[in-house]
Design a protein around this ligand. Structure first.
Ligand code: DHB
Length: 299
């Protein structure tokens, strides 16, 4: 009932973690064999320490983070990080982040391993460049990055877009034309918070990505705009914390969904969402959850 197909990839259900909001320790709270897919925190080909602390700040309307993609490089990732995720009967999605188009292309080629089902290209991290710039803020830079990645892998790959783009439908179209197999909509919204007593920014990197329920209506709207703009599947992401949220994203046009910030509050939340989707289908007489994609009633 909950089976979905994201392109050629069959998933047992549409629920998977958002990159960076999931780690192998979650196996204590969840059976990884029940999830739709396993999505790992972005790795960058270049080793990096990450951003100055504090890297996380809570605000009344959501979580801010500026982790900065800490990385020990691709060899370490392949040897130490990836293997424990590949022991389950669940497709593994490797998220890659990079500073340049060439680095992206090379990293994607290197990570196109048989044990990797999908590559997610994080072309939308707000924390690597000054002022939160990212490839996916602009259709031309999106096209360049995605087409270079496409030339370097025959694996399925998803482009992760950002709500920090002014016209996401055009960016999504550029990603599709450049050869992406799917779109993840989206990443965090660039935000900031200040301690009024010390007058210091609450994040060491000054700005960071806002996540959680605050961004849900924005992400939902953007999923719908992408759905109107492209034919490749869309994976919805942004503030999802219950089954009804997941259904909303599917009605707006998503084929599958990613759960991020909610897993920090309840590490078992993805199983509750899966159970809730079963209950929704039973209650509403939905035979297959895949029927919901794009079925928002507009008149
Ligand atoms: C980081 C990456 C992201 O894609 C994001 O949305 C937030 C933080 C990071 O590691 O800095």
């Amino acid at each position: 009932k909950l089976n979905v197909k994201v392109g050629d990839l069959k998933l047992r259900n549409p629920v998977m973690p958002a990159s960076g909001c999931f780690a192998i320790e979650y196996s204590e709270a969840l059976d990884f064999n029940n999830l739709g897919a396993l999505v790992i925190k972005s790795v960058s080909p270049k080793s990096r320490a990450g951003n100055p602390t504090p890297r996380v700040a809570e605000t009344p309307s959501g979580m801010l983070n500026s982790i900065g993609i800490p990385s020990k490089g691709l060899d370490y990732y392949r040897r130490e990080v990836l293997p424990p995720y590949t022991r389950y009967d669940t497709p593994v999605v490797v998220s890659i982040s990079a500073d340049t188009v060439d680095e992206f292309a090379q990293a994607v080629a290197e990570m196109s391993l048989p044990e990797v089902a999908v590559i997610e290209a994080n072309i939308s991290c707000p924390n690597l460049e000054a002022d939160g710039m990212a490839f996916a803020m602009d259709p031309d830079t999106t096209y360049k990055a995605v087409s270079a990645i496409r030339r370097h892998t025959s694996h399925p790959f998803w482009a992760k877009l950002t709500p920090n783009a002014s016209h996401v439908a055009v960016v999504a179209k550029a990603a599709e034309e450049a050869g992406a197999d799917g779109i993840v909509m989206g990443n965090t919204m660039l935000g900031m918070s200040i301690d009024v007593r010390t007058r210091k920014p609450k994040l060491g990197n000054v700005m960071g990505g806002l996540s959680g329920p605050a961004i849900k209506p924005v992400a939902l709207r953007m999923v719908h705009q992408c759905y109107r703009s492209v034919h490749i599947p869309i994976i919805g992401c942004g503030g999802i914390r219950c089954a009804e949220d997941a259904v909303e994203f599917m009605l707006a046009g998503a084929t599958a969904v990613q759960v991020g910030t909610a897993s920090f509050i309840d590490p078992g939340v993805m199983q509750k969402i899966i159970d809730g989707l079963h209950a929704y289908c039973d209650e509403m007489g939905v035979e297959r959850i895949s029927e919901l994609t794009g079925q928002v009633k507009l008149d």
